[in-house]
Design a protein around this ligand. Structure first.
Ligand SMILES: *Cc1c(COP(=O)(O)O)cnc(C)c1O
Length: 230
């Protein structure tokens, strides 16, 4: 059984990597510039272990409990990416297992992370919300980025390395990613360490690569479809 699952994961992974390579070549980019974060959320730890055996070292999780449990059971040389909505009371826990946080969108949360001894080893992406009318989606508006970054820059243990977004359903992905890429180029003038773009999921990672993605977060096209999340 687990051999079959491993074959399936290997095949899906191979297909995605071939598409990543093609997309990179087509935009004149090097495939090594692009980190594939395999989003293992909702899938069992056995899948993460198989993916580890297949050579994957970057895993994405949306929930603290699940990420923390998986970290214990997968190899030590893994980068764990937290990309879900941050709850204030979970920050202390997230800092124990995550290496990269993709969804920072509150100065208050940044302050709480800064109080943690692990803060200096964490890397952060600021999540950008391209639909300011929909605050429920989380993220800082493009217009709000300068003020947000200025406040976070005052916390010297918080290392913001890039911007992250999820393309809204009603905007063409390329347009959305272009907007975030431009926002990144703009803020990079004041914050030279902001160089990374976490954009692109199963349905739109090729457009994301064309727009400069350095991190793509891919779940369903490697692991299969997930039950709808509560
Ligand atoms: C679930 C999730 C992904 C992966 O989505 P797929 O469409 O399954 O590739 C990527 N990013 C975030 C923020 C997610 O919540």
């Amino acid at each position: 059984m687990s051999d079959t699952r491993k074959d399936e994961l290997a095949e899906n992974l191979g297909k995605i990597k071939a598409r990543v390579a093609t997309a990179a070549t087509q935009s004149g980019r090097k495939v090594e510039e692009i980190t594939l974060v395999v989003v293992t959320k909702t899938f069992p730890v056995s899948d993460a272990q198989l993916l580890y055996e297949l050579g994957e070292r970057n895993f994405g999780e949306n929930r603290n409990e699940e990420g923390s449990a998986k970290k214990e059971l997968v190899g030590p040389d893994v980068m764990w990416h937290f990309q879900g909505q941050i709850q204030s009371k979970k920050i202390r826990h997230i800092a124990q297992w995550a290496n990269v946080v993709h969804s920072l969108d509150s100065v208050d949360h940044a302050r709480k992370f800064a109080e943690m001894p692990q803060a200096k080893d964490l890397k952060f992406f600021v999540q950008v919300n391209l639909e300011p009318s929909r605050v429920d989606r989380g993220g800082v508006s493009v217009a709000g980025l300068p003020d947000f970054l200025e406040e976070v820059a005052g916390l010297n243990s918080i290392d913001v390395i890039g911007l992250m977004t999820v393309a809204p359903l009603d905007i063409a992905p390329r347009e959305a990613f272009q907007e975030v890429a431009e926002a990144k180029n703009l803020v990079q003038k004041n914050y030279p360490s902001i160089t990374q773009l976490s954009i692109g999921m199963s349905g739109d990672f090729e457009e994301a690569i064309a727009c400069g993605a350095t991190h793509i977060r891919i779940g369903s096209s490697i692991l299969g479809s997930r039950p709808p999340q509560a």
